[in-house]
Ligand binder design. Structure first.
Ligand code: ZN
Length: 260
């Protein structure tokens, strides 16, 4: 009983924030990114079904070196789905004791760029126009010293986490991050909870609306179809449906964010 009322409070808090956007004559844009896809699976079906049922665009970050042959054919007729590049092999290159990262750390920059170029070619071949050359660094961490080297190898976007400092991380490299990850990774990998999750969303929406943060950056919702528990799935579904219903909110696709 109490839990249900807390859930409802969290949702009405979100609705109120979106109502403020409407009153200001604004539309809050959102986008949806899901990480770690490599092959068809029951969990992927669940994700695609949700995107189809809600008619919402979905950006799937695929790990190039781990890609299995079945994924590209499975996505061929899914016109709402875009594919982004999730690093190269989701391998940890961080020095011992450092936070995990693939695109940086102890691997030399020239080798990292070679990995990324190879990964880009794999996704280009596999997915054609469904693939948008945007780098989603594994663990949302990347050596920013590499940014300027990415557009020359054909990567025109970057997506990590938290409010972006500016629209372009480097010339030709547009950034759009994710802001809410509803999984409590540090608490066993279950659902973070309605209140904490909605609070994170509101924080970004409010900062955008008041102009403390770049209003043009869509608020990003990050999901992980392979590891979400039922509570997280149910939250994601409710959240997306609620956003879709509100007339001052709109979910944009990766192709629109990273238009050329
Ligand atoms: Zn990942």
């Amino acid at each position: 009983m109490i839990r249900q009322s807390l859930e409802q409070q969290a949702w009405s808090w979100l609705d109120s924030e979106l109502d403020r956007w409407r009153e200001a004559g604004l539309v809050a844009e959102f986008w949806w990114r899901d990480d770690d896809a490599v092959s068809p699976s029951a969990e992927l079906e669940r994700l695609l079904e949700l995107s189809a049922r809600l008619e919402l665009p979905l950006a799937l970050a695929v790990i190039p070196a781990a890609l299995k042959p079945g994924l590209a054919p499975r996505l061929r007729d899914e016109s709402r789905v875009s594919v982004l590049q999730h690093g190269y092999a989701h391998r940890n290159n961080a020095a011992a004791g450092e936070l995990k990262l693939e695109i940086g750390g102890e691997r030399p920059p020239a080798r990292l760029l070679q990995d990324l170029r190879r990964g880009r070619a794999i996704l280009d071949d596999g997915f054609g126009e469904t693939f948008i050359p945007v780098l989603v660094p594994p663990w949302n961490r990347v050596d920013a010293g590499l940014f300027e080297s990415l557009p020359p190898i054909g990567i025109r976007g970057i997506s990590t986490t938290k409010a972006r400092p500016q629209e372009f991380a480097a010339p030709g490299l547009r950034q759009a991050n994710t802001h809410l990850d509803p999984i409590g990774w540090r608490h066993g990998g279950g659902f973070l909870g309605h209140y904490p999750a909605v609070a994170v969303l509101i924080q970004h929406l409010l900062a955008r609306r008041l102009g403390y943060r770049d209003r043009g950056e869509p608020t990003g919702i990050l999901t992980h179809h392979l590891v979400q528990n039922p509570a997280t799935w149910s939250f994601v579904e409710d959240l997306l449906a609620r956003i879709k219903r509100h007339d001052a909110a709109r979910v944009v696709g990766a192709a629109e964010i990273w238009r050329e």
